[in-house]
Design a protein around this ligand. Sequence first.
Ligand SMILES: O=P(O)(O)OC[C@@]1(O)O[C@H](CO)[C@@H](O)[C@@H]1O
Length: 313
Amino acid sequence: MIYTLTANPAIDYNIACDGLEPNCVTRTRNAVYTPNGKGLNVSFTLDHYGVPTTILGFFAGFSGRFIVEGAEALGVPVKPVWTEGITRVNVFLNAGPGTEYNMVNAGAAVNADNEQELFELIESLDDLDCLVISGSLPPQTSEHFLQEVIKRVKAKGAEFVLDISSPQLKELVALEPLLIKPNDDELADIFGITVSGEDDESVQAAMTELHERGVKNVLLTLGGAGAYFSNGERLWFARRTFEVNVVSTVCAGDSSLAAFLSVWSHDQSQVEEALKLSMATGANVVECPGLGDFAKVDEYRDKILVREVVATK
Ligand SMILES: O=P(O)(O)OC[C@@]1(O)O[C@H](CO)[C@@H](O)[C@@H]1O
């Protein structure tokens, strides 16, 4: 079973308006509240592609209950750790073509007892094959929280995937994650590695460094410009050949990761198919607020170009 861990889930509140002016009333439309957080988005997408998954995370208050009940209503099981306070509500405002405002809040604090409950929960899982750890950490999380989580995952003989933007990623890669999914900005901010779009040479060098640091596989996303995947021996590049009407880029990275995992976690030789589904899913998700309904993925999948990069050294 693929479990996901969202330490800092959120209700995503998507709204739209025509422009945003200070010091005046802005009437908004198309308000949608959905249960989210990066790991939840991964689980929802895995579930859509028929992969069994369960959500782990810290949840608090009315908003936490909304998320847990919402996920269960969608048919995805949750094993929550309940905490004090109120799970955050993140606001994503589309103020016109190409103008997104993403207001991401800190979240409800956790304490040592909450962390201990989560550790024991992980220790109790009999069917844990892989834990996908996604997103930010809530306030007051202890310094070595993620190391402690990973220690327990590894003690069970399971793998872990990291999709986090924190500088901690630099130390955590030494624990040999199955997969990481940085984007080009995270590579620069966290590792000081610069890649410039579809540039095989700089990406080859970046991948070599990441593998030397301990990562087994890397899915490097470049937004609309495509994605590279490296397994340490071979490197692929995928890009779409069509334009999309971008409504909201929120959730696209999470759904791309999950779509990739839905193919590749069963059969690591299916890299091309995994990349096609991943890119097609991300392209469809940006066309709507939140995750949407994945209705155009089949149409898009055949329009994704994948090429293997031939090593230059
Ligand atoms: O604060 P984090 O955990 O980095 O990001 C949280 C978040 O913005 O990420 C998801 C989209 O990727 C949203 O569903 C959610 O609100």
